[in-house]
Design a protein around this ligand. Structure first.
Ligand code: ZN
Length: 460
């Protein structure tokens, strides 16, 4: 599936600067805190459901429309990740009810590890009772309704707005792929690649009132560990809450960037989650106050869905794994054997790649899965001269997306995560090339070319 919605470039030349600055923007939010107790997601070590709510969880939407009627809607959620089944259902209903095309909606997740189990995502983590399954299914059905509703309400809220973009940086993300004599382990690798960029999109009303701020960071929402049993948004939840407290009436939306191999450092306590959240909020506040660069219409969007190949496997591999003492390996093996039994062994996964470009000033790239930081570093190198926000955890979080380097080094992000995600094993070494080629295609479809001259609002 490929959809493109390219605006005539001639439009830019026709508009006066004043008119060209006009977007319509709308924001909405809906609470998605699960009923508690509820099974939480993110850590295989958890043994029982949640014990109360530390912080409410939210789905938030920012709708944008340009003077020609082209639109884009960004939805953020304080959740571990959305599975394809939920995103597809939301996208179909949003298209039917509000005429928002698939390429025009980004559905993202903050990857909090203190949120609820989301239907089908990381299903191998659980051995649900019938009652648990019913509750998780009911939450998933309600989540679909909430996401459709929040998009509709953001569209109803559309009103003239000004957009601007700036960047800050905070340093608490650290590369977590620590080399050891036994291979790469999850730890702290201070020498490993990181991306401390904090992109900030400011949305103000005509009178200058802040209506929304969208910001991102490439770092797992894992300050709190598997021993924490209260529902919450981790550092991103606190950063959003701090910003909304500092700017009453405004909506703060967090997007998780390519932080697949990035952890907060230090981590492990609620105080640290608050501390990281505040640090991020303070930095976003500084950027908001620093007179960021204007962003202008038009809006252009493109979506491509490619296939990522898993390394070859045979039925015998999973017959052997089914005998493992590890209950997660047993469950993954059962899933794979069932797929073999059905005559459809899992060889590939669909992988959506999307671009939303605002004028020549800002491009949001939305990638699925948990992309490691190498993707954002490479794409910023290859698509220079423009504000680029590479969002991960969009549309379908089906497993980690390692780079070729990470795949060759091995470790959790390359191999072991596929057990918990119910995937057959690592990708082939083509994964990075296939993903970046798809990115180049959607970037080109919205008018962004590798090595192109900087846009007027280009990043210095
Ligand atoms: Zn993760």
């Amino acid at each position: 599936m490929r959809t493109r919605n390219a605006c005539a470039l001639a439009f830019l030349a026709m508009c006066s600067p004043l008119l060209a600055a006009d977007f319509q923007a709308g924001v909405a939010r809906v609470k998605i805190t699960p009923p508690t107790p509820f099974w939480m997601s993110g850590y295989a070590s958890r043994t029982h459901p949640s014990e109360g709510v530390e912080q409410d969880l939210w789905a938030k939407a920012l709708a944008l429309r340009d003077p020609e009627g082209h639109q884009a809607v960004l939805v953020t959620t304080d959740l571990i990740g959305l599975p394809r089944a939920i995103s597809d259902e939301v996208a179909v209903r949003v298209q039917e009810r509000f005429r928002v095309e698939r390429s025009q909606i980004i559905l993202s997740a903050s990857h909090t590890h203190c949120g609820p189990a989301v239907r089908k995502n990381l299903a191998v983590l659980y051995d649900f009772s019938e009652d648990d399954r019913r509750r998780v299914d009911a939450y998933g059905a309600e989540l679909v309704d909430h996401l459709v509703e929040v998009v509709g309400r953001a569209l109803e809220d559309l009103a003239p707005a000004r957009l601007s973009v700036g960047h800050g940086a905070v340093g608490f993300a650290v590369n977590r792929r620590e080399p050891t004599p036994e291979g790469v382990k999850i730890g702290v690798n201070s020498a490993g690649p990181v991306d401390h960029d904090v992109p900030v999109l400011k949305v103000t009303a005509q009178d200058g009132t802040l209506r929304a701020v969208l910001f991102g960071y490439a770092c797992h929402n894992t300050t709190l560990g598997g021993d924490f049993y209260r529902i919450g948004g981790d550092y991103a939840g606190y950063a959003q809450a701090e910003l909304e407290k500092a700017h009453p009436g405004a909506t703060a939306l967090f997007v998780m960037l390519c932080g697949g191999d990035q952890n907060p450092n230090p981590r492990g306590t609620l105080d640290l989650a608050l501390q990281h959240g505040r640090a991020l909020a303070v930095e976003v506040g500084r950027v908001l106050a620093s007179n960021p660069r204007p962003v202008r219409p038009p809006i252009r969007t493109a979506l491509d869905v490619v296939s990522l190949d898993f390394a070859p496997h045979t039925r015998a591999v999973f017959e052997e794994e089914a005998k493992s003492e590890d209950r997660f390996r047993q469950r993954r093996a059962q899933l794979m054997l069932a797929a073999y039994d059905a005559g459809q062994p899992v060889r590939q996964t669909p992988y959506p790649v999307q671009a939303v470009r605002l004028g020549g000033d800002l491009t949001l790239l939305a990638l699925a899965g948990e992309p490691v930081v190498d993707y954002t570093l490479r794409l910023k190198r290859e698509l220079p001269g423009e504000n680029l926000i590479v969002v991960g955890y969009c549309h379908d979080v089906m497993c980690y997306i390692p780079s070729r380097r990470v795949l060759q080094e091995g470790g959790y992000e390359a191999v072991d995560n596929t057990i918990y995600y119910g995937q057959p094993g690592p990708f082939t070494e083509t994964v990075e090339d296939v993903v970046t080629a798809a990115v180049r295609r959607v970037a080109e479809a919205v008018g962004l070319r590798p090595g192109a001259a900087p846009g007027t609002g280009g990043r210095p």
